[in-house]
Design a protein around this ligand. Sequence first.
Ligand SMILES: [Zn+2]
Length: 299
Amino acid sequence: MLRPGFLSVVSVLTFIGFPGGTTSLLRAEDAPETICTTTYRGSWRILTSANFRISTRSSKVPLDRLPAVCESLRTALQAVWLGTDHADTWRPRCDVVVHRTLTEYTRVLGIGAGNSVGCATIRMDDGRVVGRRIDLRLDGDSGMADALPHELAHVVLADRFRHRRIPPWADEGIGVLAESSAMQNTRAEALRRSCQRGHVFRTRDLLTLSRFPMPNYRDAFYGQSAHLIRFLMERSRSPSQVLDFIDDAMTHGYETALQKHYDIDGPDALDRISWTPDSLSGGLNSVTAGIDLTSFSVR
Ligand SMILES: [Zn+2]
């Protein structure tokens, strides 16, 4: 929980812990026209739209359409997770800093961010979001096409969880659901391999995890978190019920919240229900949330 009047800064790194992939360039032919101004400060080009301020020194890919993509993703993510309750214009705007190389990226975020492809940083003060920032790498394995919607999901969720931090499994599970279907399938495969190595969380342990796991458990962390969010969404009236469940769980505990929202007798029962042999042997890829979040992909 964040203490009233206490400035809290939360940075969430996104790791994609498998080799391969090709650099994806942003495509936004379908994005609506967005009013955007462009200014220059030294070698930086700064594109400003209603809710975003995008900074880059890159001439590697055309980023002129990036503000429109960001605005579209924000609208879509808010519509799914927050409804119309939190659709206010973002002030401050969300900064999106596009780094050309890993060197530039880690110069800002530190060497520990070296294996990540994106980072969302939220600053909270007394229940208000006073800072929103996303750092992205152009040279990541999957480019920005998956990292951008993933990080933006974290920023959108911060408007819903202003007084206390959403648990990591829920934050990351929802972030993964904003990625392309291809990336979600890749993560599901990585989870399956992690299970074969014996690197898998009990659901009870996943729910109470307070920090990022060691690298050999990261595939399980992302894969299981996304699987659990999908599982709950399939049993919910709407995505907002999942967030209400998370809210209740932080207040009253998972035993009470699972019983109240899903008639499930606690995390161990959830473990037995959600991790059936079928779900591990091939059902993961076919688990759908019932809402086409993959259409957010800008790949
Ligand atoms: Zn994330």
